[in-house]
Each structure stands twice: as C-alpha cells, then as structure tokens.
Design a protein. Structure first.
Ligand code: NAP
Length: 267
C-alpha cells in the first residue's frame, strides 16, 4: 500500500491498451487503487480484474469516449456521486493519423484535436481544481517527442502534442507551491497498437531499427517514476533524449528543414 503521504487513487485514461495499460500496472504494483478509462469496456474489465487479484488493489472501470465534449465532466460528476477522490490523473488516451494535411479528411484531423487537446484539457478542468483545493495531487499528461518539433505527415498530431507539452510546462509553474505536480511524459516511437496502425500508413516506419522502438512497459516505468517525483518533463530512452536535446539546441529553421526532409520521404 502507498504510505500516508502518497496520493492513493490513480485515474488513467487510455488504460485499455499500450502505454496506458502498462501505466495502470505500474500504479497497481505500487498499491494505488485505479479508475480505468477508455472506450473498450471489456478490455478495461479484464485488466481491472487481473490487477485487483495480482496486487490486492481496487480497480473501477469507467468506459467513456473522451473526445465527446461532456465526457470529462460527466465522469467527474459520477465519481463525485460515488465519493471517489482522484489523487493522480494520468491523461494517456490519444489518437494519431498519418498523412499529408491537404488530403486528410477534416474529420480525421478534428478527431485528433477533440481527444488529444480538448479531451485532455477537459480532464484537467474536471480534476485539477480539486487537487489544488486539497493541496495534493499528481498529474501526468502523455505528450510525445513529436511535441518538440514540427513533423510533416504528422502535422496535426505533432501540433496536438506540442500543445500538451506547452500546457504542462506552463501549469508546472502555475502549480508551484500548491502541493500538486504535473509531468509531461514524452515517449519516442513505442511498440503499441498506435505504432502498428502508423506502420500500415507509412511503410518506412517498419524499417526503423529495433533500438529506436521502445517497449510500452519501459516507457510506463519511467513515466511512473517521473510522475511520482514531480519531474516536469520525462523523455524515456537515451536516443530520444539525444533527439530532444538536439532539437532544443538547434535553430528552429534547421529543425524544420531536417523534419521536412525526413517527413517528405514518409509521405
Ligand atoms: N506508440 C507511440 O509510438 C507513441 C509515441 C509517443 C506518444 N504516444 C502517446 O501515448 C499515448 C498512448 O498511446 P499508445 O501508443 O499506447 O496507443 P494505443 O495502444 O492505441 O492506446 C491508445 C489508448 O487511447 C484510448 N482511446 C482512443 N480513443 C479514445 C477516446 N475517444 N476516448 C477514450 N479513450 C480513447 C484507447 O482505448 P479505446 O480504443 O478502448 O478507447 C487506448 O486505450 C497516446 O497519447 C499517444 O499519442 C505514443
């Protein structure tokens, strides 16, 4: 069980697969009770039952489509009625669509904005004020290394993740001294359902050397540690850290040119 100072109930969005599922395992292993959120109720129920029996924690399933405008407030109201306080909020749910912006259906780009930006912001609106009032809490937003530079062929996705990083960095300063910390987890390419889907649209991704593809379990372990420590930015993996360092210390125009050259090869 977490000690008396450790935030107890962790709400994890996108917990039905990939990085979110692995994060749920990390929190359960550390003794946190869980609220698991995604659309796939059956997958969430199976995970909840596995984690409850493996770690002796409680795990509640709250199926929701977080791209819908009212989803976060409806969820928060339900949890309030059940007298469940959320001590840790992990915003991991996200979608990616690959391809040139000019030929991408507007609804596809909007779908990324609705979940990756609006859904995430609505979850913060729903749960952050309570944490600040109580003077304790942890938040983790899952961004990406795509947050750090423009990425042609992933233009809207990268822009949504830049939003997540920027929002998190601003809030980390606003929250100083409040007892609440906020972390942006910025994974590089990670072997999940999202990567399988992206590879179907961009065959060049299949040629990525294995060392550049992280495992969801490793990414989650590093994210969990960073979140508990209150670290503002966590970039898992040495190669990803080098990429981020290079893109942050190189003039924007050069990063854009290199990103453009690589991106055009993938379109
Ligand atoms: N894989 C990578 O290379 C990579 C790299 C950097 C960052 N990331 C980020 O990591 C996060 C997790 O992605 P992943 O790689 O683990 O992919 P994933 O396995 O496809 O997981 C995505 C999760 O989001 C949930 N989700 C999708 N649409 C939703 C909606 N409308 N409402 C609620 N939940 C929804 C999915 O569950 P349901 O389908 O059941 O709703 C699933 O649990 C994302 O934010 C992604 O952008 C991934």
């Amino acid at each position: 069980m977490p000690d008396a100072r450790t935030p107890h109930v962790a709400l994890i969005t996108g917990a039905s697969s990939g990085i979110g599922e692995e994060l749920a395992k990390c929190f359960a292993q550390a003794g946190h009770d869980l609220v698991l959120v995604a659309r796939s109720a059956d997958k969430l129920k199976a995970l909840a039952s596995d984690l409850a029996s493996a770690h002796g924690v409680k795990a509640w399933v709250e199926p929701a489509d977080l791209s819908q405008p009212a989803a976060a407030s409806v969820l928060a109201a339900r949890l309030k009625r059940q007298r469940r306080t959320v001590d840790v909020l992990v915003n991991c749910a996200g979608v990616l669509s690959h391809g040139p912006f000019a030929t991408m259906p507007a609804a596809t780009a909007q779908g990324m904005i609705d979940l990756n930006i609006s859904g995430l912001t609505a979850m913060l609106n729903a749960f952050l004020p309570g944490m600040v009032k109580r003077g304790s809490g942890r938040v983790m937003n899952v961004a990406s290394i795509a947050s750090f530079q423009p990425v042609p062929a992933l233009a809207t996705y990268a822009a949504t993740k830049a939003y997540v990083l920027s929002l998190t960095e601003s809030l980390s300063e606003e929250l100083k001294g409040s007892g609440v910390t906020i972390t942006a987890l910025c994974p590089g390419v990670t072997a999940t359902h999202m990567l399988t889907q992206a590879m179907a649209a961009d065959a060049s991704l299949a040629k990525l050397p294995g060392v550049l593809v992280g495992s969801a379990a490793d990414v989650a372990k590093q994210g969990f540690k960073a979140c508990m420590k209150g670290q503002v930015i966590c970039v898992p993996g040495v190669a990803n850290q080098a990429t981020v360092l290079a893109s942050r210390s190189t003039p924007k125009w050069a990063v854009r040119l290199l990103g453009g050259w690589l991106g055009r090869r993938a379109m």
